[in-house]
Design a binder for this molecule. Structure first.
Ligand code: URA
Length: 181
């Protein structure tokens, strides 16, 4: 399956709310894939994931660790902006999941870092509070293969709760370390 798509009509509501499909970016040459939730307004406008405020945080955190944005893959659980930035519905996550799985299969990363509750729940299939799994190194079946998944708080979380920054820092340091090893 092609993981970069230029048309999809699987979700009625998202077909309505999106301006465009926002595919993942980056080569994953470092061996890491970051999975977010869904495009927001700026991502929808520019056609690239994580280019708004939380994207700035992610890019800065990667750069601080000597990683350029295009050395990793940055993608989302769903590729179309939901109406009013609501969370994607389960059916929408399911509809988009084959693209994500195809993307992960093709890139074959050493580590997947889920950014926030929605992608963590999507890939782990069940999760309580983020604080119970954040920073854990979990072996999870994704598509045909067992993968190493490390959940992280969404970068936007530290914009309104600075106490999360240390955990985000530690988690991203570990993800980069795994990808480099
Ligand atoms: N938040 C996400 O989860 N994904 C984006 O692309 C931007 C913000």
């Amino acid at each position: 399956m092609n993981y970069t798509i230029d048309s999809c009509e699987r979700c009625d509501a998202l077909v309505e709310s999106r301006s465009r499909i926002v595919n993942g970016v980056g080569k994953a040459s470092l061996g890491a894939v970051f999975v977010g939730e869904a495009p927001g307004a700026q991502e929808d406008e520019q056609g690239e994931p994580f280019v708004g405020r939380s994207g700035d945080v992610l890019t800065e955190k990667l750069n601080e660790r000597g990683v350029a944005r295009d050395e990793v893959r940055i993608t989302n659980s769903v590729r179309c902006r939901p109406p009013d930035n609501r969370d994607p519905h389960v059916s929408e996550l399911e509809n988009c999941r084959p693209y994500l799985v195809a993307e992960i299969d093709a890139l074959d990363p050493d580590v997947i870092c889920t950014l926030g509750r929605v992608p963590t729940k999507n890939l782990l299939d069940c999760v309580g509070a983020m604080r119970e799994v954040v920073g854990e190194e979990l072996r999870v079946e994704v598509g045909a293969k067992e993968r190493l998944v490390v959940p992280c708080y969404h970068p936007a979380a530290m914009l309104y709760d600075r106490s999360k920054e240390d955990v985000i820092d530690e988690t991203l340091t570990r993800v980069v370390e795994i990808a480099r090893s």
